[in-house]
Design a protein around this ligand. Sequence first.
Ligand code: SAM
Length: 318
Amino acid sequence: MGKASRDKRDIYYRKAKEEGWRARSAFKLLQIDEEFNIFEGVKRVVDLCAAPGSWSQVLSRKVYLPVKLAPDAKDEDLPLIVAIDLQPMAPIEGVIQVQGDITNARTAEVVIRHFDGCKADLVVCDGAPDVTGLHDMDEFVQSQLILAGLTIVSHVLKEGGKFIAKIFRGKDTSLLYCQLKLFFPVVTFAKPKSSRNSSIEAFAVCENYSPPEGFNPKDLHRLLEKVGSPSGVDDTDCCSGRLEGPNKVYIPFLACGDLSGYDSDRSYPLPKVVGGTYQSLDPVQPPIAPPYKRALELKKGTSQGGGIRELENLTLDS
Ligand code: SAM
């Protein structure tokens, strides 16, 4: 699909370029904020799986820049935003970048060090593995990213704080909901208007972080494993004990974003240009080292007769 054709078919892709966002995902976070007011009072944030950086841009514009540009701004009042991804990303004002794997304990330690004993008000996670198209597999890998996010949450989020995480809806959605409910009394699964209906993605909006009394982050996985087991953690809680049947747990599911606004599943006509033809804008900031970069270089090499063996090896290794 060419850029102009995509501009027509994907209104949020076009709007992202017009408004200076690195990815259309920016609108998802903005629409979640419209419904849940997630940035109110936020001074410290962790952005997990942040590249190419559109959520970090939203955080910079909504949380950092208003304080930085205030007439009486002081350095010590500046908000702290830490963004982590496997991939490097181009700098964003007010955002500290950490390159690493969020499932790795050492990455969590680096994040915690940045907070220097203070706690975050908000943790967001838009992590997505390379989708295979096998729904069960994709849902499973996605849930591992959320659990890695929850590990970081258990170390850095302050009581009362919020956690927003991308989920893939599937057969284990109720289990995930119940696991999140162990730590957050209010959990809503939200579908922003900018997220296509055809996509199984949604976002868990978890409010008012309240870990169980005496909770030790070292026990996180043991605690999560108990959810849904016959001898659940606390039989008085609707989310522990057996998860029998589809009616056992009712998950609040909410569409968010201006419902009369742009529909991500619709094509929109391109803007009329006086005296010329429509020119598609370039992306604001292409990824600086995407995982497919080497493959593209090798593919170019193949067309000149070189690189075939290395490309074969790369394909076999990945
Ligand atoms: N929120 C981003 C934005 O607005 O630009 C888009 C995130 S993109 C959908 C998903 C990201 O998850 C990718 O950049 C990928 O590198 C990252 N990711 C996947 N697994 C990861 C892991 N284990 N640790 C860190 N990042 C990971």
